[in-house]
Design a protein around this ligand. Structure first.
Ligand SMILES: NC(=O)c1ccc[n+]([C@@H]2O[C@H](COP(=O)([O-])OP(=O)(O)OC[C@H]3O[C@@H](n4cnc5c(N)ncnc54)[C@H](OP(=O)(O)O)[C@@H]3O)[C@@H](O)[C@H]2O)c1
Length: 392
């Protein structure tokens, strides 16, 4: 546990020493030694361009998630025979270097998907709704990061470590017939990476979640705004508020998603509904409060879990220690627990503060604190793990 925590520290990053927010998007490492450390130079040498790989398209390639798609593809040596880089007309013609080649960004059109096997979408819900079906019609398997299709009963909503069976019927064998697979909401993914191993053991009946969500969850422009505002406030200037209505630097506020008639905002309701779909359990009770905090990258979540069967904290720690994609940082003696900085640019979700909920008798409750890089495991990595399953 300590060795892992030390490995995290080694890659600590200070927002105040970085040249720009793009740094947050450009350095890729993994917790522990399961994967090689990448060179700081983005997209080093070409390794995965292969005639027998699928033809890929990355939709929204200039965005926070789109750029992370490229890093994760490269990091995992994902095989491909071609990649189309797609964005809006604003970015058309821009050059994007990737694995030793320069790619020209093309304006997204339905024809962009001609001959594409796998399309990774991260350009927002309205683009997915419009272009997802066009891609499927042309035979592409779409892995979509937006909320457009998540609650469609025909569309699998998948976290590969949690419910891979939901997409077992979709595989890429040569050319496909086209299909849609949805990537869950980033807060849901991070929450369920930690909660599912415990759920499998003791069955979660109710979950109370409070999130502390980073700027990166709102895209590249929000990261820029947080950086700019921080400089402005330190310089004694009025902060520029374009993406968020309120001052973000040195502040926090309720998540910017629209508030619904039941008083919950959309982000909170995504956690409620998506958990039920992913666990295939319409009875699990989930309530969430989602807060935007002035952290550049990686979300944190405080979770209270109520179980049907007893689960003591030592067993829970043991279960989480063995869970794929999860790392435990839980050292009470030195008050050492997960932080967003430590998980930034990392694949694993970190869990700590594992303790029995004193308000529930019979070891029927636990409190945990979770941090995860939501651009990576909460978006790009999860989508590419789904794409890897398509190749199996
Ligand atoms: N950020 C996260 O942590 C996260 C996590 C999970 C899911 N998501 C979802 O992923 C999607 C993208 O998020 P993001 O954070 O990457 O946003 P972002 O940084 O604002 O990037 C948006 C991307 O969409 C492209 N785009 C916008 N309008 C377009 C159009 N009309 N046609 C084609 N491309 C268009 C943009 O291209 P231009 O540069 O040309 O404008 C850019 O590449 C959203 O649906 C978001 O909900 C994000």
């Amino acid at each position: 546990m300590q060795a892992t925590a030390a490995a995290h520290r080694h890659h600590l990053y200070s927002p105040f020493t970085a040249p720009s927010f793009s740094h947050h998007l450009s350095q890729t490492t993994r917790i522990g030694s399961r994967r090689r450390r990448r060179s700081p130079a983005p997209f080093g040498v070409r390794m995965s361009l292969r005639d027998d790989g699928p033809a890929l398209a990355v939709v929204g390639v200039t965005g926070a998630v789109g750029q992370e798609f490229l890093r994760v593809l490269s990091d995992r040596d994902f095989p491909y025979r071609s990649i189309r880089m797609l964005a809006s007309h604003r970015s058309a013609g821009r050059l994007i270097p990737f694995e030793g080649r320069d790619y020209v960004v093309e304006e997204l059109r339905p024809e962009s998907f001609d001959g594409v096997d796998i399309a990774l979408f991260s350009a927002g819900g309205s683009i997915s709704k419009e272009m997802g079906p066009a891609a499927v019609e042309r035979g592409a398997i779409v892995v979509d990061n937006s909320s457009a299709f998540r609650m469609d009963p025909e569309v699998p909503l998948v976290i590969p470590e949690v419910n891979p069976d939901a997409m077992a019927h979709i595989r890429l064998n040569g050319r496909s017939n086209g299909a849609l697979i949805a990537n869950p909401n980033c807060s849901t993914i991070i929450c369920l990476m930690a909660a599912t191993p415990l759920h499998r053991h003791a069955k979660v009946m109710r979950m109370v979640v409070s999130t502390y969500q980073a700027a990166s969850g709102a895209g590249a422009a929000a990261m820029e705004e947080l950086e700019l505002q921080t400089r402005e406030v330190l310089d004694g200037k009025q902060p520029t508020c374009k993406i968020f209505k309120k001052q973000y630097a040195f502040n926090l506020f309720s998540h910017n998603a629209p508030v619904l008639s039941n008083g919950y905002n959309e982000e909170e309701m995504k956690m409620v509904k998506e958990t039920r779909k992913i666990w295939n359990d319409m009875d699990v009770k989930v309530t969430a409060t989602c807060i935007r905090v002035p952290v550049m990258r990686a979300h944190a979540e405080s979770m209270n879990l109520q179980f049907e069967n007893p689960l003591d904290e030592d067993t829970a720690r043991q279960i989480l220690n063995g869970a794929p994609g999860v790392v435990v940082i839980d050292d009470r003696t030195s008050n050492d627990f997960p932080t967003p900085l430590e998980v930034s640019n990392k694949d694993d979700v970190a869990v700590g503060r594992i303790r029995q909920d004193l308000s529930q008798d019979g070891n029927l409750g636990l409190d945990i604190f979770v941090c995860g890089d939501q651009i990576r495991k909460g978006a790009a990595l999860n989508a590419i793990q789904i794409a890897e399953k398509l190749l199996q």
